[in-house]
Design a protein around this ligand. Structure first.
Ligand SMILES: [Zn+2]
Length: 114
């Protein structure tokens, strides 16, 4: 599962942050998961629950996931539109070639440590 390796990467990042700040425990982790990232949120949450529980540092960490709205960009005029699903045509130039705009990453927004 792709999500497991992402969780492992996140836990490594948290361990580094905690070491930098001399913290012993992470209480909250806030992540932004792009709607175009292909990450299955439920699998990611499950992976986090299982793996974080095995480490003292993250045993009590709460995971909060924020999903920003979908955005699509027109390949012709560059117009970006925020929308629920892929629009059929650009609202500016009425062309039909639209691609996802950003939203394909996993961003660590906030970490609370004790
Ligand atoms: Zn356009």
């Amino acid at each position: 599962m792709h999500e497991i390796s992402l969780v492992q990467g996140l836990l490594k990042q948290l361990a580094l942050l905690a070491a930098e700040h001399g913290s012993k425990s992470v209480s909250k982790v806030r992540l932004e998961v792009g709607p175009h990232s292909g990450i299955v949120i439920d699998s990611f949450k499950f992976g986090f629950e299982v793996l974080a529980a095995e480490i003292d540092l993250t045993r009590h960490a709460r995971l909060e996931i924020v999903i920003p709205p979908l955005r699509y960009k027109c390949c012709y005029c560059g117009h970006v539109r925020q929308t629920e699903r892929l629009p059929e045509t650009c609202s500016q130039c009425a062309k039909t070639l639209l691609v996802p705009d950003g939203g394909d990453g996993l961003i660590l927004l906030q970490v609370e440590m004790e």
